[in-house]
Ligand binder design. Structure first.
Ligand SMILES: [Zn+2]
Length: 239
């Protein structure tokens, strides 16, 4: 009986290691590889998660246009409803569109089939807004988390999994007012993939922080002559 219990315990531990640790290790490796690539190609990629936001996305687009640069918008499906016009504008202005799932489900906390369904639903929401049947967009995992099933699903469907290398800290509770930190990290590392969020928040202070982080990184890029490109351009060496 004790032998049986030990067997099940070990089998359970093995499955848990496979289910969580394999995609986690992949994530670590992928972030490092992305960071090395961005630095080698002297490139900054600005990525905006969880949008579109009715107020903030519009202002972010204005800043990007004024600077003459393109970014990547990892759209959250549930925020697209009622904001389809903004999605079409992002696309029309030449930015890259990626998916961030529909409901921002944490892949470690829900059943694997729910997490996969959330990925599929998120992509469909973008397709519907753009009036296309593309179904394939670079994917940014909510919370940066994948489980074995979602990881394999993305690999099998040849979906690029895009992490970040510099977190602006705009969702941290202690974000305070140091929006210049993002620019400083770009400067010390010589490039990177920046994570900023463009969903609307009640506190106008957060909006100012987001725009400050965006501007500080673009200023450093200009000063150090780093190129600002989309994820696909970085991967293809078109920076
Ligand atoms: Zn997110």
């Amino acid at each position: 009986m004790a032998l049986m219990a030990t067997f099940f315990l070990l089998a359970g531990a093995f499955v848990a290691v496979l289910y969580l640790c394999v995609p986690w290790l992949y994530g670590r490796w992928s972030r490092k590889a992305l960071e090395r690539l961005a630095i080698r190609r002297k490139t900054v990629v600005v990525t905006l998660d969880d949008g579109p936001g009715r107020q903030l996305t519009d202002v972010v687009l204005q800043v990007l246009e004024a600077e003459g640069v393109k970014a990547v918008f990892f759209l959250l499906g549930r925020n697209i409803r009622g904001n389809e016009e903004i999605v079409r504008r992002i696309h029309a202005e030449g930015h890259e569109i990626g998916s961030h799932s529909y409901d921002h489900l944490h892949a470690w906390k829900v059943a694997p089939w729910r997490a996969v369904a959330d990925i599929r639903r998120g992509r469909k929401a973008i397709d519907d807004a753009l009036g296309v049947e593309r179904g394939e967009y670079p994917f940014r995992p909510p919370y940066g988390k994948l489980n074995l099933v979602t990881w394999v699903y993305l690999l099998v469907t040849r979906t690029p999994i895009v992490y970040w290398t510099i977190d602006s800290g705009d969702t941290w509770s202690e974000a305070a007012s140091d929006h210049g930190r993002t620019g400083r990290l770009c400067r010390t590392r010589g490039g990177g993939v920046i994570l900023i969020h463009d969903f609307d928040r009640k506190a106008g202070e957060r909006h100012r922080f987001v725009l400050g982080a965006l501007r500080s990184s673009l200023n450093v890029a200009r000063e150090l002559r780093l190129s600002v490109s989309t994820y696909s351009q970085l991967i293809r060496g078109q920076t």
